[in-house]
Design a protein around this ligand. Structure first.
Ligand SMILES: [Zn+2]
Length: 226
């Protein structure tokens, strides 16, 4: 029977560390394929264990500036929406006042406490999770991770090279740490170029746009000028 895995992602940490992925491929920036990321990690765990892994769910923890702070948060909300709808993530988002340093700090603590709570919760439920896969800074998560292991569940830590200060021998995880930057090429989003028909003029054009309505470059230009 396949081992059941739940992936826990510290979204703020991943955002901060994404530069290591770009460096690895010698690029300045690219999009991460969030739908693929948990699967790539699960595949790695499956290979290391020589067992099948069944991905039960991916839980993503993050923060968002509060509407009072004057930031336009629509982009961030649509990103979290995209994670839910298109990538199948369960997102847990906490509003913070970004203008206030205490609030920013409490945002980070909120993410860690939420991750810790959910780690222990799912470890304690019977037959839901065999392996907890943790993508983030596990320094402050160590009490929760020890508890998860004492409940007989296994822990796979995922980091980027140089990000976490904990040496390998502290044994917070049951397996060698997986480094996402070593999978940079696998988790880089590659948009397929396809020929699509313009909704307005009917001309065909090559595009990477995957949304429902496509307008060719001519019609887009005209639309903008109007
Ligand atoms: Zn057109």
């Amino acid at each position: 029977m396949a081992e059941k895995a739940i992936v826990f992602i510290d979204g703020s940490w991943l955002y901060k560390c994404r530069g290591s992925l770009f460096d690895k491929l010698g690029e300045e920036n690219f999009e991460i394929d969030y739908a693929k990321l948990p699967k790539v990690i699960c595949e790695d765990v499956a290979n290391a264990l020589d067992e099948d892994i069944s991905l039960v769910r991916t839980m993503y923890f993050g923060t968002i500036p509060s509407s009072r702070s004057g930031f336009n948060t629509s982009k961030q909300y649509s990103f979290y929406d995209f994670l839910e709808r298109s990538c199948g993530y369960d997102t847990y988002i906490h509003e913070i006042d970004v203008g206030n340093e205490d609030s920013r700090m409490s945002g980070n603590s909120w993410v860690e406490v939420s991750m810790a709570t959910n780690l222990v919760y799912y470890a304690a439920l019977p037959a839901v999770m065999d392996i907890a896969i943790v993508i983030g800074d596990y320094d402050n998560l160590s009490p929760a991770l020890r508890r998860v292991r004492s409940l007989g569940k296994r822990v796979q830590l995922v980091s980027v090279n140089g990000a976490n200060g904990i040496p390998e021998h502290t044994r917070l995880g049951d397996f060698p740490t997986i480094y996402i930057d070593e999978h940079a090429a696998d988790v880089k989003l590659v948009r397929e170029r396809l020929k699509r028909v313009c909704k307005k003029c009917g001309e065909e054009e090559e595009t990477t746009w995957a949304g429902s309505d496509f307008f060719c470059s001519n019609c887009r230009g005209r639309h903008r000028g109007a």
